[in-house]
Design a protein. Sequence first.
Length: 222
Amino acid sequence: MNASLSPEQIERIVRQTVSELSGTGSSAAVQDSPKLIASISARHAHLNQEALEILFGRGAELSVQKYLYQEGAFAADQTVTIFGPRKQMIANLRILGPLRDYCQVELAFTDSRFLGIETSVRLSGDHHDTPGCYLVGPAGGLELHSGVVRAARHVHMSPSEADFYGVKAGDLMKLVVDSDQGGVLDGLICRISEQEKLEVHLDTDEGNGVDLVHARKVHLEK
């Protein structure tokens, strides 16, 4: 008569087998990978309260169209039109909330070239020596003298997720994308805090270049 195995015994056998196949030699080394989200961050704007009221009227508040993956972040119903020095324009530039204490416009390289704005790659909030633009909303217009950037590709993560990958804030990682037009994107900057969840942000040029929408698999490497 065959003896039945308990769930604990079955789990121990599975872990031992996985360990042997992976060459670790120890079941303690088997650890579940955290859930990785890789997102395309389309062009958008961040505003402060003063700018919001100039563009949308006194006492204006952002209303939520859709919540985003990062805690508290959302795409607002409100949009503006952006003008560049070539007098070209892009309508329906989405505002992301919540409001910040500064204004920033994040564009892909294709957007920048179309508008004639010479953007440089920056982390969010780094505005030194950056170009400006002109924004128009339903209540008025606003000239930004700086703050237009091409967002550096980056990965959000919590401290426990950073421990899993063995990285610290500011370290660089690689995103490996398995798709029909896949590839490896170097230089993802690690952004780590208790409020953040594991998510890669690429702009539209980068995401479309590796066909991220149809990726079969993505993973991070140091």
